[in-house]
Design a protein around this ligand. Structure first.
Ligand code: ZN
Length: 150
């Protein structure tokens, strides 16, 4: 990774091995460490992650409800650890035999989540405030489309 991007990678490594450490091998891939050295063009860095699954090949709303719910469960686990994924998109979701891992944590923010992670698919669109988390509400509504919007 380019020298000017090394701090972002270091920040991401800090997230993997800090707040999200308990989720390694479950909601996120295992992280084997950040390696920094010097090359011809300055500092170079590499974050070594477990090789796991493949990026989603379909938009969220084309996936089976099972897979969408699994993704929400994983995203919910990240919220429970007190973090907001700053760049949630298909390219940052890995799938392998129906299981899910979420990646790319260089834009995370601290987050106090009030959602009880009971997503209630198929039910009527809940009130965002009662739901308890604006980001998860938006993901459920517009990305995963799990609710009946009438
Ligand atoms: Zn939340």
């Amino acid at each position: 990774m380019r020298e000017d991007l090394v701090p972002y990678l270091a920040e991401e490594a800090g997230v993997y091995n800090g707040a999200l450490a308990p989720l390694q091998g479950k909601a996120i891939p295992r992280c084997y460490g950040l390696y920094v050295g010097s090359g011809e063009c300055g500092q170079i860095a590499c974050l070594v992650l477990e090789h796991w699954g493949e990026c989603l090949h379909q938009p969220f709303d084309k996936l089976s409800l099972d897979i969408r719910m699994r993704i929400l469960e994983r995203l919910g686990e990240i919220h429970r650890q007190g973090l907001l994924h700053g760049d949630f998109a298909e390219r940052n979701v890995l799938e392998l035999n129906g299981d899910i891992r979420i990646i790319d944590f260089d834009q995370t923010e601290y987050h106090d989540c009030d959602c009880d992670m009971n997503f209630r698919p198929g039910e009527k669109l809940p009130d965002a405030e009662e739901f308890g988390c604006e980001q998860l509400w938006e993901v459920c509504r517009s990305d995963m489309r799990i609710w009946d919007v009438g």
